[in-house]
Design a protein around this ligand. Structure first.
Ligand SMILES: [Zn+2]
Length: 385
């Protein structure tokens, strides 16, 4: 609900025109050369060393023929964009890096590289997960944010994008660790609480009912964990890293402290483990969670009509990231605003979006600085947001 004592306003987006990617200047081709070149090398490494660089859970889902086509496009795209810029003598370092990376990918076997043998392993580096996320959510949201931006003046390469891209890469590569810890915690700590009769009853329910129950249970846990991050000062320092983004877009949600990811993954698995739904319901939950995790941070103007009362939307979560006074410590839910409505933390002034984002008190702006920030004592006590 809006706060009648607060004067809502329109956010003043700083001038980012210098950062805008304008066709003809060589920056677009330069960045594409580096991005596609990096993806080419990563893709070839996934084929050659699948045990090290691919995720067992994902391997079963992809079409190898299609992946080889994409790899071919990346290699020759990087080479093409790189040569194009070198010929024009524009953004030469990025162009040369793109060419070098594409040549390295070709030297390692290119798109027809022979696939290595897969050996059983407990943990791997999620290079395949990173590539799939760049190709799916990355490509999709960059286009959507250009077509339907909430803040048209906010560019793709807005301040802080490098830091968030760093988190995006690291938090994807570590998926093996997160899955291992997450999947181990619930059985170890709550194995005693599993009720086979209850799980059989749940599995007999129609799929939509199972998905709804899973969403509600997972979000109930996430609501209280999230609220604890905000209301317990020592936990707030950990979570402040996620809130330090001052410009929200699809990439900003990646900015999350490693320890927080481990805690979140472990605790959210508890209700899923105890409920024990069908695999199809679990898969549907994972897809919804993945779309919402990225989408609610996006620079997207979609209001979602009456759906906004049922599902967490970008506007709802943008308010959670706001440093505007009435929004501080509100909107904790990740999937369903229901929990905020029930527990008195719902804040959704329909006609308005935040004036400012980020933490009230600045925190370090590098990944290393943010990593140690929660563990370094401060002389003065910190307050949430
Ligand atoms: Zn938060």
């Amino acid at each position: 609900m809006p706060d009648p004592t607060y004067k809502y306003g329109e956010r003043d987006v700083p001038d980012m025109s210098r950062r805008e990617l304008v066709p003809g200047q060589g920056r677009i081709a330069g960045y594409l050369a580096v991005l596609l070149g990096g993806m080419s090398v990563a893709g070839v490494l996934c084929f050659r060393y699948p045990t090290i660089f691919t995720t067992a859970e994902l391997r079963a889902t992809y079409d190898v023929g299609m992946i080889r086509v994409l790899l071919w496009v990346c290699i020759w795209g990087a080479l093409g964009f790189g040569m194009f810029n070198l010929a024009r003598w524009m953004h030469r370092r990025k162009a040369a890096a793109g060419v070098a990376l594409s040549l390295a990918a070709l030297a390692l076997g290119g798109a027809s590289v022979e696939a290595g043998a897969v050996a059983p392993t407990k943990m791997s580096i999620g290079l395949d997960f990173l590539l799939i996320s760049v190709l799916s959510s990355g490509a999709l949201y960059v286009v959507l944010e250009k077509l339907f931006p909430r803040y048209p003046g906010q560019v793709i390469l807005r301040p802080g994008w490098r830091l968030d891209a760093g988190y995006f890469v690291v938090n994807h590569l570590l998926i093996g660790l997160f899955l291992f810890v997450g999947n181990s915690f619930a059985p170890a700590a709550f194995g005693w609480a599993v009720n086979a009769r209850f799980q059989t009853f749940l599995q007999a329910l129609p799929l939509p009912a199972q998905v709804l129950i899973v969403l509600m249970a997972a979000d109930f846990v996430q609501y209280w964990v999230h609220r604890a991050y905000h209301e317990v000062p020592v936990l707030w320092k950990l979570h402040a890293v996620h809130h330090s983004a001052e410009h929200l877009d699809w990439l900003a949600g990646s900015r999350t402290h490693l320890v927080q990811v481990l805690i979140d993954r472990s605790l959210v698995m508890v209700p899923l483990y105890l409920l024990g739904p069908d695999k199809a319901a679990l898969d549907a939950y994972v897809v919804i969670a993945a779309i919402q995790a990225v989408g609610v941070h996006a620079n997207l103007s979609w209001g979602f009509g009456p759906l906004k009362y049922l599902l967490v939307t970008p506007q709802f979560h943008h308010w959670h990231h706001s440093s505007d006074r009435p929004a501080i410590d509100t909107n904790y839910a990740v999937h369903l605003p229901l929990w905020d409505a029930l527990f008195g933390t719902y804040h959704m002034p329909d006609a308005h979006w935040p004036i400012a984002y980020g933490t009230v008190k600045p925190i370090p702006r590098t990944m290393a600085g943010q990593f140690i920030y929660p563990f370094v004592p401060e002389s003065e006590p910190t307050a949430p947001s």
